[in-house]
Each structure stands twice: as C-alpha cells, then as structure tokens.
Design a protein around this ligand. Structure first.
Ligand SMILES: [Zn+2]
Length: 356
C-alpha cells in the first residue's frame, strides 16, 4: 500500500472511532479533506477546523481530541486537517513534486535534492527557491526566527525579482518545510509542511487565504462550499502563533454575544495557567504586517486588513461568531494542543448555553 494512503487511512480510522466521518473532497496528492460529524442535531451548527497551516500541529491535535469526545447538542463538524498534502510531510511533498522517492535525512540532503532535481530560481545565503515540474520548493537551512518564516521571504523576493512572479504563479503550489519558530521533535522532514499558492499579481497566499475570492486552491474552495452549505453560527479555526502567549483574532464589529464567547476562551486558557500574548511580544515577529494590529482586550487581537481573506474573517464578515485561535508556538506541543482544546471547548460551551 502506498505509504501516504496508509497515513490517510490511519487518520480516517482514528476519526471513525469517534463517530461519523465524511470526505468533503479530494485535493492535491489524492488526499481527502476529512470531516468528523459530532454533537447532536440542534441547529445552527458549529464548525471547528485546524491544519490550514499543517505545520501548526497543536491545533490539529486539539481538533482530533475533540473529535474523540465532544458534548454539545449542536451539530458539530470537525475538520482537523485543512491541508492534507502539507500535513503528510515535507519529504513526501518533495517526493511528490520530483515524482520519485528521494533520501532526505537532513538539510544537506534537501539542498542536494533540490539542486539536482530542480531548476534553481533563486539562491541567497541559505535560502533556496527551486522549480520542479509544476511545483516550486522554498527552503532555508536556518531553523530559527527569522529565517524559518520561509514563506514570508518569498513575497519581498518577488518584488525585487518580478520575472519570477509568472513562473511561481504558474506552479500548482509553492512548498516550504515549516514556517513558525517552534519546538520540533523527531524527524522534522516527516512532519507537516506549508503549502502556498502565488497569484499572477505576486501575492503569496497560504491555505488560510483566498476565501471569498474567485481563484481558489481546491482546499479553500472545498471548505468554503461545505461551510456555506451547513451555515454554522460558531466557527473556530485553530492555529499556532508566534511567541509564548495565547490570543484570538476577533472582528472589529463584535456583538456582546461574540465578546462573551471570546472572553470565555481566554478565561479557560488562564484558568489552566496559560498566558495571553501582548502586542510588544508579537510585534518583532510580525514585521511588515504589524501595522493596524491592536489588542482590543486581554488576549483578543484585531488584525486589520492583513487577514482579510482568511477563513475566520470570511465568516466574521457574515456576522457569524468566528474566531481564529493562536497558541504561543514556542510552548511545547502538548501544551499548545491543551490551550487550543480548552479554549475551543469553552467557546462551544458558552455558545451552547447562550445561543438564542
Ligand atoms: Zn496558522
């Protein structure tokens, strides 16, 4: 059996232990976007998603735990892995891109494989950008901030070398191993990677962009279409952020009900000893996207226009209680998963008690 299918089968089997599982559609690499159906029959429904940035494993694990056991009368759809291609790891993604097995055990192997298999588009210090077939792969040997924000390095590069824009826009995906500075365990090349799509005007979008837009990667189109069908009244999208503190992206036009839910999420994190993030802590990481970002209250961040086409914002604009949760990525993985789980469960509990 193909190893990647085997992994997908294991993910599916794990979700099936807790109840009904649906496939929402098939994406790059032949992977399915899986959705666990939980809770009762009460409407409106709840949607919990994670793994848009597949390397942000804390959210994925929290969603998997919630798929094991969730107590709410509202019908709940849990989509733990929004980018299954990325989730199945950098090594598999590279193998898929070059069309055959390659040995990757460390950064030197990645450099060797990319240079021998691909067409070198750009090299700057330890940063490499290579095209292989209909894919581009970006890599940086550096594993610590700021070099690990590989994806974010591509956009400025395209401004200085605009001739690369049509080449990358013609690629199905741009792949990079991981994005955030966070503790990595074991074989990092087997772990989830980041996939991006570049537009003809040079925008580098990850799988949490393009919502509500005309041209969408299929991962985005499938999730948007599905959620438009089930019309949730609570949306939780689980991510991992910079630094150590926990925070939630909230809308500028929040209702008291939304505030009540968001406050309960932050309170749950704090009740378990978790810390909230501050703007001072996060600004050095944000760099050029810091402008317009403000903490509206403890742990609640208004992000300005930089996340305008995210999944959370897509539903927020429709007046839905929609929250993008971020753990502090520098915390150990199990703690990040705990923070996500506690805050998501608190949101669902508050929503269940107070929805009218
Ligand atoms: Zn994320």
């Amino acid at each position: 059996m193909d190893e990647s299918l085997h992994t997908q089968a294991r993910l599916k089997a794990a979700l099936e232990e807790g109840g009904e599982v649906r496939s929402l559609g098939t994406v790059l690499g032949g992977y399915e976007i899986l959705c666990a159906v939980r809770g009762g029959d009460r409407q409106p429904s709840i949607v919990v998603t994670a793994g848009a940035h597949a390397d942000e494993l804390g959210g994925v694990y929290a969603a998997l735990r919630m798929a094991e056991c969730l107590d709410t009368p509202h019908q709940t759809f849990i989509i733990p892995v929004r980018d299954p291609f990325g989730f199945h790891g950098f090594r598999r993604a590279v193998q898929f891109c070059v069309g055959r097995p390659v040995r990757i055990e460390g950064p030197d192997d990645v450099v060797r494989v990319l240079k021998s298999e691909g067409e070198l588009l750009h090299e700057d210090g330890s940063f490499l950008l290579v095209k292989t077939g209909p894919f581009a792969i970006a890599f940086d040997v550096g594993t610590d901030f700021p070099t690990s924000s590989v994806g974010r390095n591509i956009e400025p590069l395209l401004k200085s070398r605009p001739e690369l824009v049509p080449i990358l826009a013609g690629c199905q995906r741009v792949i990079s191993p991981y994005n955030l500075p966070m503790p990595r365990y074991g074989d990092v090349y087997d772990q989830a990677c980041r996939s991006m799509k570049v537009t003809p005007d040079g925008f580098v979008g990850n799988m949490n962009r393009f919502f509500g837009e005309k041209e969408q990667p299929e991962e985005v189109a499938i999730l948007q279409k599905f959620t438009e069908t089930v019309r949730p009244a609570l949306v939780l999208d689980l991510h991992e952020g910079y630094g150590r503190g926990f925070y939630i992206y909230v809308s500028e036009d929040r209702t008291p009900f939304m505030d009540q839910i968001a406050d309960s999420m932050v309170a749950a994190v704090k009740a378990h000893g978790g810390a909230t993030a501050t703007v001072e802590e996060l600004t050095p990481y944000w760099g050029p996207i810091a402008e317009g970002r403000t903490m509206v209250s403890d742990g609640l961040l208004y992000s300005g226009p930089t996340t305008a086409s995210s999944f959370g914002t897509f539903w927020e604009k429709k007046g839905v209680a929609s929250f993008t949760q971020e753990t502090g990525g520098l915390n150990p993985l199990s703690w990040r998963a705990d923070l996500q789980e506690w805050s998501a469960r608190a949101a669902i509990e508050t929503f269940t008690e107070s929805y009218r």
